[in-house]
Write a protein that binds this ligand. Sequence first.
Ligand code: NIG
Ligand code: FE
Length: 399
Amino acid sequence: MLLLRDFAQVASPAGRRAPLRGAELGAVDVVEDAYVLVDAGTIADVGRMRDLKPLGAAVEERSFAGRCAVPGLVDCHTHPAFGGDRVEEFSLRAGGASYEELHAAGGGILSTVRATRAAGEDGLRDAVRRHAAWMRSHGTTTFEGKSGYGLDRDTELASLRAVRDAGGVPTWLGAHAVPPELDGDADAYLDVALAEVLPEAAKLAEAADVFLERGAFDAAQARRYLTACRDAGLSLRLHGDQFTEQGAIPLAIELGARSVDHLEATGDAGVRALAGSDVVGVLLPASALFLGRPMPPGRALVDAGAAIALATDFNPGSSFTESLPLVCSLAATQLKLSPAESLAAVTVNAAHVLQRSDRIGRIAPGYRADLAILDAPDWRYLAYHLGERPVALPASELA
Ligand code: NIG
Ligand code: FE
C-alpha cells in the first residue's frame, strides 16, 4: 500500500458513468487537503487528510503538499508513427501556402509516407517511443496511436507494433490517403489494403480509422473500408468534417462507430444528429489552431447534449503538439468549454472512446492509479495555465 498525501486538491469527474454529456460533463468531485490510497496499482480510497484512519507502519507515504492531482490524461487521437518531419512545409504555410494545396501537390501526408517507409521498423519504434515520452512529459498516461503513414503492408504493421510496444492503444488508419503507387485510385488501394493488410492489422489494432474528405476517401469508400474492419472485429473511428461535410456523421451513426473526430466544418444538422447518438465527437482544437482553420462547434455540441472528448491529434503536419493541457486551454478560450468539461473530455470520455472507462479516467476506488500532478493550488490550472506541464504518475510507477 502507498499513501499519496497532503494534496491541495484531488479532482475527478464525478460518478461512475461514461461517456458523460450535458450537465454531467461539468460535474467534478473536488476533495481539498486530500489523500489517495493506492493498493497494488489500484486506487483503494480517496479522502480528506483529517479523516484519514491510522494505516500502520507498513504503508509507504509520499507528500504532495501544494500540488493537485487529476486523473492521468488520456489522449484518444494521435499519429505518433512517422518518420521525418514537416518543418519545411510548416515554413511554407507560415508564408501563406495552404495545407490542402500542399497535400494536392504531393506534399503533406504523402511526404510523410515517403519518410515513414524509409525509417524501417527500428526507426519507427524509436520514433513512437520518443513521441510517447513527449506525451508523458505533459501528463498523458494513456495514448492511442494510429498507423496511416505507411500505406503498405509492412510499414502499416510495423507502425501498429511500434505503438503497441511503446504502451499505446493501436488504431489501424489504413485509409488515410491513397499511396503514390496507386496513382489516385482509392478503390484499387482499398482492394489491396482489405485483402492483404486487414487480416494482420486486426490482430494488432483495437480500432480502424478512415480520413473521409475531399481528396482522400469518399463516403462509399469509407463505408466499404469500415464495414470490412467491423466484420474483422475492430471498433470504428472516422476523421470527418475537417474541411468539408461529406457525410461522416450519418455514416458514423449508421455503422455504430465509436467516434467521429475533427468536426471543424460541422453545421447545425450535424450537431443535432451527433447529439442524438452514442457516437463521441472528438474535438482537436490544436489542429484547427495549427492550420489556422475554424474551431469545431464545441459549445454547441455540449449544449445539444453530445458526448465529446478532446485530443491532441499529434502528427507532423496538422498538429505538432503532444500537450493535452494546451488542448484544454484552447477548449476554454476558443471552444468556450469550462475547465470541468475539458477535464471530463480528456479523462473519462477519452477513456470511453478507447473502451477503457471502467479502469482509467477517474480518481476513485477501483480505478487504476494513473495520476497527473499539477504544481498548482487549484486543479483548474490544467486549462488556465497556458503551457502547463503536469507530471505523469502512472500506476506502473507506484509499486
Ligand atoms: O488528423 N486529417 C488527416 N490526417 C491528420 C493529418 C495528417 C498530416 O497532415 O500528416 C489529421 O489532421
Ligand atoms: Fe488525426
